[in-house]
Design a protein around this ligand. Structure first.
Ligand code: SF4
Length: 236
């Protein structure tokens, strides 16, 4: 950590994010991540749902050994946990697994079973939003794999923006990429992907809240299907 990184105030970080958002709009994903590596050093991390390891791979090229933060909600598909373990084993990254304060069994005892069916917002708050908030405390900036083409709610995602809720710079280096761009990168670099993507799933989240997508549906249609909920609260 450099002295400059330690001294940055929230206002400094906000101004930095807003300026970079404008200046890096036309930069490549790797250029954006190189800027993040130079600007934040080890106060920068990537978050990954382990749907694929594209952003983690890009970030490891910009900052070898970069922290890759994974939220283990206790409800993941075994394939997702396997993808995380494979990423940790073969890539030049430091995988950090965050867990909620309560196990699924403890949550069931407190709130009743299948909270995800009755109050998914509360379940996501307890198992995703809160652990991430705590896990990101030491960082000034975090990168995500959000893409504008994934859904209407993500259509205006900036490549670098300000995360008001957490007081951090939020970087979405592949915001402008299409699914085809992702596939091309995966093929060219042999990037690990979640096996469920080959089994009809277009977006992979917790098992109880994820189904396969149907022809013509957008990539996130299989998440909380049948509910008005479209996001878990990590990106709102
Ligand atoms: S996605 Fe579903 S199971 Fe996972 S934390 Fe949210 S409500 Fe709970």
């Amino acid at each position: 950590m450099t002295a400059v990184q330690e001294e940055r105030t929230t206002d400094d970080l906000r101004a930095l994010a807003e300026r970079a958002g404008r200046e890096l709009e036309d930069a490549s994903a790797l250029e954006i991540l190189r800027w993040a590596a130079e600007t934040f050093g080890d106060r920068f991390c990537v978050t990954s749902s382990m749907e694929d390891a594209v952003v983690a791979h890009l970030a490891s090229r910009a900052l070898p050994g970069v922290d890759v933060v994974f939220l283990d909600t206790g409800y993941h598909f075994p394939e997702t946990i396997g993808t995380r373990d494979a990423v940790a084993a073969v890539m030049d990254v430091n995988v950090i697994t965050l867990t909620p304060r309560r196990t699924v069994a403890e949550q069931d005892a407190e709130h009743g079973p299948r909270l995800h069916d009755r109050d998914p917002d509360l379940c996501c708050a307890l198992r995703k939003v809160k652990p991430l908030e705590e896990g990101l405390k030491g960082y000034q900036a975090w990168a995500t794999g959000l893409r504008r083409d994934e859904s209407e709610t993500r259509a205006n995602t900036p490549v670098v923006g300000w995360d008001e809720k957490r007081g951090k710079v939020k970087i979405s280096p592949i915001a402008k990429w299409s699914q085809e761009d992702v596939q091309t990168y995966v093929t060219e670099h042999g990037v690990l992907t979640n096996p469920l993507l080959m089994d009809g799933y277009a977006s992979v989240g917790c098992a109880p809240c994820t189904r396969r997508v149907l022809e013509g549906e957008d990539a996130r249609a299989g998440r909380w299907a049948g509910r008005s909920k479209t996001e878990c609260g990590l990106h709102g």
